[in-house]
Design a protein around this ligand. Sequence first.
Ligand SMILES: C[S@@+](CC[C@H](N)C(=O)[O-])C[C@H]1O[C@@H](n2cnc3c(N)ncnc32)[C@H](O)[C@@H]1O
Length: 232
Amino acid sequence: MKVGVNVRATVQATVQATVQATVQLDPHNLLSVRFSERYGSHYGAAQQSRRVFVEGGGVLRHDSPRVLEVGFGLGLNWRTTLEALDGDALDYHAYEAYPLSAAELAGVAPGERHPLWLALLDGWDAAVMAGHLDLAHGAQRLRIDFIDATTAPLPRVWAHAVYLDGFSPARNPELWTPDFLARLASSLAPGGRLATYSAAGHVRRGLMAAGLTVERCHGLVGKREFLVAHKQ
Ligand SMILES: C[S@@+](CC[C@H](N)C(=O)[O-])C[C@H]1O[C@@H](n2cnc3c(N)ncnc32)[C@H](O)[C@@H]1O
């Protein structure tokens, strides 16, 4: 099947295409020097990604799920979602303010051969410069805006699942304010779910104040609870 790379030529003024300094922690994980925090969970990043985001977000309940992610990072949540869907349709829209380089991404998933991942690596550096990546492979679509999500125009009443995967509220507070949580709630379609690994009290209260019904869920061994917030 044909893979198309469509890179918008206009450089957006708001793009922060800063190549982020990282430290390699293990073959699949990096530490962000900017945020002094690791990208993936300490407790089996791929399993946590599946448990918190794919299952928590209820993605497999939809025939053609629409996912909005805050913090594309290493692309692990996206790759985990693709794997869980096993070729089924997916419309995935992510935001990333401080993109890594294609070389860093290639390094964390050397065995990954999904055509969209290979196309992403090919088009990545040019797309970061352009501020926008748009890929399609059959019924699977990926769009990434390289922009600060807190100032981005988010889609309204669109997502079946929102993955809120910034760095921790202590290190990356702008992604966890009541204001931003309310904007994410507005992105959810009725019946949609917002999933996040943080179970902090102020995050839970912010989601409730945004009109969502918040459920505390159990993480995998060694990991605290995480939150799933439902929109009626
Ligand atoms: C924990 S990492 C995300 C890991 C990623 N979801 C994955 O599956 O590999 C957090 C990400 O949020 C990004 N980020 C932090 N602040 C942001 C903002 N204001 N807007 C968009 N992205 C942001 C960071 O650059 C980083 O890539």
